[in-house]
Design a protein around this ligand. Sequence first.
Ligand code: PMV
Length: 313
Amino acid sequence: MIKLPKKTVVNSSHGKLILVGEHSVVYGKPAIALPFPLVKVKANVELINDTIIIKSRYYVGPLNKIPEKMEGIAVCIKETLKRLEKPVTGLLINLESTIPLGRGLGSSAAVAIAVVRSLFAYFDRELSKEELMELAHLAETYAHGNPSGIDTAAASNDGPIWFQKDNQIESLQIGASFNLIVADTGRIGNTHAAVASIKDKFKSDSKATQQLINQLGEVSEQTREALSNGSVKSLGKLLNSAHDQLTKLGVSDDGLNKLVRTARNAGALGAKLTGGGRGGCIIALVRNLEEAQSVADALINDGARKTWYFTLE
Ligand code: PMV
């Protein structure tokens, strides 16, 4: 056997949260997304005497036998190697993730970003932000069908962003600390189906659907102001309003509505689903750490699989 020089490169990416604007962002309205560094993906690239081998929570084996649900990442790896003018062979790509899959926390975007970063670093090549987003977007296209690009943008930025399709991503100013709780229903959402259902709704009732999309766009505009003014109470009301509109669009479900109600009843200033919906997570705004603890306890008592608490500053 040929002895290979040892070379290992590791790179990572964090999860993301959509504060407001999911779904309406697909129709050109602005959205606000936050980095969610409490969950992460690490991609380790190592030289091996073989084909490309993928090691992950869901699959261990050669790249060309990857299961369909991970096909997006396979496309992203092949396209990245093509861009680097390297053969699709001789690498072990080990993925370690703490991001639960399909919960609207940006798992697929974060995996793609970590892999692209690691492959570029492994071959000692500079990676521009544009190239990173372009390559990671390929994996997202497989995962979501016709993604707006918000997941890739949020997972590759370290601060809150203002995102609107075909526009420059803007960094947002935050005027105060906002205490947020994320709770996982424990159920995998289906962003693809939720996005498709809104498309169908447009066909059956275009006026009402457009109105809800417009209202969500306005909520994003007002949320930007609330964040910059440090207005915690306004932000709470805006989160509630976004959840109502998303419910009317048909992308919430009983489990999400239950956790949203629980959070509000336990004292949260506002709560809504986050991400594609129909499973996945909710996000709730609380005043302080003490309130966070009681809201988190109530959420766990009412069936949440897990909660995370963080401060947006
Ligand atoms: O990946 P998710 O479930 O967080 O959803 C992404 C946000 C959507 O607006 C629902 C879809 C999109 O491509 O923007």
